[in-house]
Ligand binder design. Structure first.
Ligand code: MN
Ligand code: MN
Ligand code: ZN
Length: 281
């Protein structure tokens, strides 16, 4: 299994690789910029060279990117929507420059304009950025969401609906967040619910589109539609769900990345990784 965690880029993007290596990550997720700010300085040649050198040295692969939290491709309001598209393109460009294969993003919130309208606006936005991103080899991964507020992406049908409207379908994939999907109402706590959920994923979206797992326990219950991450085995999902996932041979080459709560040090990541390692038979 390919296990890792979200890593800070404080001190330079390449530092995320050193941090990941220091706690035994085989894969990591990063932001390539401050996730709570719009503005960003372009990457320099040195940023890119440092990153690539450290990636070679650490052997961490793949590295995946998560986009900024400010971006909302479903926004019905003209100005923030345009701003989101511009910022999203920059996210794509930065990931591509670094040679990163996947950009993970939350589909977006329709803010009262309706779900169907929101799904269309997300797909239109993706079509626009891909038009501009001609030769990019980057894939875009829609993240499954808890469906908090007006956020879309809480049902497999909605994600499939977005992909269906995107022209460059071969570049679309899905990131399955175990906390979000459980909060959205998909159970995986025992063998039979686990099988049912992934059968449904396969039927509606296709397992071949599943490229990354975010591996988080959930503070809130099944169908709560509330997004609160918890340490592995300490939440409402519970340890058995993770045991099933970590021993599922279909997913042995799919990065599984922790986004569990943590402080400045990485003690919590070390603890969660150790728990996950211990589940593998
Ligand atoms: Mn996310
Ligand atoms: Mn996530
Ligand atoms: Zn979340």
């Amino acid at each position: 299994m390919l296990l890792g965690a979200h890593m800070s880029i404080s001190g330079g993007i390449f530092m995320s690789l050193e941090r990941g290596k220091s706690i035994g990550c085989q894969t990591i997720q990063i932001f390539t910029k401050n996730a709570t700010q719009w503005k960003v300085k372009p990457l320099t040649e040195k940023d890119i060279a440092d990153y690539q050198e450290h990636q070679r040295e650490t052997g961490i692969r793949p590295v995946v990117v998560h986009d900024s939290y400010l971006i909302n491709l479903a926004s019905p309001v003209h100005e923030p929507h345009e701003k989101s598209i511009e910022a999203f393109f920059i996210e794509m460009e930065r990931a591509e420059q670094l040679g990163i294969p996947y950009l993970i993003f939350h589909p977006g919130g329709h803010l009262g304009s309706g779900e169907e309208e929101g799904v269309k606006r997300i797909a239109d936005s993706i079509n626009r950025v891909y038009k501009r991103a001609g030769g990019f080899s980057l894939k875009l991964l829609l993240e499954t969401t808890a469906g908090q507020g007006t956020n879309l992406g809480y049902s497999f049908e909605q994600l499939a609906g977005i992909i269906d409207l995107v022209h460059k379908k071969e570049s679309m994939g899905v990131c399955y967040d175990t906390c979000h999907t459980f909060a959205a109402g998909y159970d995986i706590r025992d063998k039979s619910s686990y099988n049912k959920t992934f059968e449904e994923f396969d039927r509606v979206i296709g397992l071949e589109r599943l490229k990354v797992f975010h591996i988080n326990d959930s503070k809130k219950g099944l169908g709560s539609r509330i997004d609160r991450h918890e340490h592995i085995g300490k939440g409402m999902l519970g340890i058995d769900a993770f045991r099933l996932l970590l021993n599922d041979k279909r997913f042995k080459d799919i990065p599984m990345i922790l986004e569990t709560p943590k402080g400045k040090e990485m003690k919590e990541d070390i603890m969660n990784l150790k728990i996950l390692q211990g589940l593998i038979r």
